[in-house]
Design a protein around this ligand. Structure first.
Ligand SMILES: NC(=O)c1ccc[n+]([C@@H]2O[C@H](COP(=O)([O-])OP(=O)(O)OC[C@H]3O[C@@H](n4cnc5c(N)ncnc54)[C@H](OP(=O)(O)O)[C@@H]3O)[C@@H](O)[C@H]2O)c1
Length: 322
């Protein structure tokens, strides 16, 4: 791939770099298909890393999740991508949606969407006491959507590894974007299982698949969250819980890069994700990220070169910081 195409590909593909819009129902609000995944590649064989060989496993149907009748909890539900999930869950017949946000003053407008079915909860995802209180207040959850995220300091130098005065802000990014969703999964997976099965959805980003130097700490946290999600998927393989990661491309929100015009709406993004859950997808390429992956996989080194050159010539800025 030529360098110009790579730069254009990135600029047109990633949320943080501005992507163009891309792109059999189970039982109500529960996972369909039998628990467990299918035998993966390499099943029955050892490998070069010295991992033990897996015994041949019978193929299992994929787990699927239908939003109709579900009870969902969405983090960061007060705006952007999270608010889009609330709207689409209500439209698709969710029984109840716990709309959580760290500032309770931002939640009445979400409740107003459907006061009978939207339950507001104050939840700063990094606050352990609030996480526990949310689990106690929402014992009937069958779908956890880990959406809330912190992009990092508004001081650009603090989002990088070498120019930051310390890695304190990077640790906050990691805590918000990786460990807090993991903590919520630890609280809610047992409830979901007790409620007959369901799904955990972690919202990642194309920034999980390469390091955007303008937002190093964010990329690091999303890459870690991708592996964290794979770990949750493995640990729940024998349980009726579908664990999916969403590789979000470009959704038009406050977190969009300055000047972004290409992107889907939060409602379109949520529709794509819920459609994919109904098909049992575990890696959901949403809001244009499919094209991004094609460009990245076609020539990873040229892609990285394009990212670096753009960083020095025309760095990405996101809207909250101007
Ligand atoms: N927009 C895109 O193009 C895009 C692309 C890739 C991935 N994503 C992912 O999509 C998700 C939502 O992004 P967005 O575009 O909707 O961003 P956004 O408009 O900036 O919304 C971020 C949300 O996260 C909440 N939040 C931040 N820290 C929190 C904390 N400690 N506890 C609870 N809530 C917290 C914010 O709450 P406050 O309102 O209180 O600040 C807000 O509700 C994120 O995971 C992001 O990484 C978005």
């Amino acid at each position: 791939m030529k360098r110009r195409e790579v730069v254009a590909g990135l600029a047109g593909a990633a949320s943080i770099a501005g992507i163009a819009a891309g792109a059999g129902p189970p039982a109500a609000g529960a996972v369909g298909g039998s628990p467990g995944g299918s035998a993966g590649p390499g099943a029955g064989a050892g490998d070069a890393a010295g991992l033990p060989a897996a015994p041949p496993a019978p193929g299992r149907p994929p787990k699927r999740f239908d939003a109709r009748g579900c009870v969902a909890l969405v983090t960061g539900a007060n705006r952007g991508v999270g608010l889009g999930f609330v709207e689409v869950l209500l439209a698709r017949g969710a029984k109840r949606v716990y709309a959580t946000g760290r500032n309770p003053r931002n939640l009445p407008q979400v409740v107003a969407l459907d006061p009978q079915r939207v339950v507001p909860l104050t939840l700063d995802v990094t606050d352990e006491a609030q996480r526990r209180a949310a689990a106690a207040a929402a014992p009937d959850v069958t779908l956890l959507i880990n959406n809330a995220a912190y992009p990092g300091s508004e001081v650009a130098a603090e989002r990088r590894m070498l120019s930051a005065a310390s890695l304190d802000d990077a640790r906050r990014v990691m805590d918000t974007n990786c460990w807090s969703p993991a903590e919520l999964a630890r609280l809610f997976v047992p409830l979901i299982v007790r409620n007959g099965g369901g799904a955990v959805v972690n919202i990642l980003s194309v920034g999980a698949y390469f390091c955007l130097p303008e937002f190093s700490s964010y990329s690091i946290s999303k890459a870690a969250a991708a592996i964290m999600t794979a770990g949750l998927r493995a640990e729940t393989d024998r349980q009726p819980v579908l664990v999916s990661q969403v590789v979000t491309g470009s959704v038009l929100t406050r977190a969009s890069p300055v000047g972004t015009r290409n992107g889907v709406t939060p409602v379109q993004h949520a529709e794509e994700v819920l459609d994919a859950l109904a098909q049992g997808e575990t890696e959901i390429l949403a809001a244009g990220s499919r094209g991004f992956f094609e460009r990245l996989r076609a020539d990873p080194k040229a892609f990285e070169r394009g990212v670096i050159d753009r960083f020095f010539s025309n760095p990405v800025r996101i809207a909250p910081y101007g």
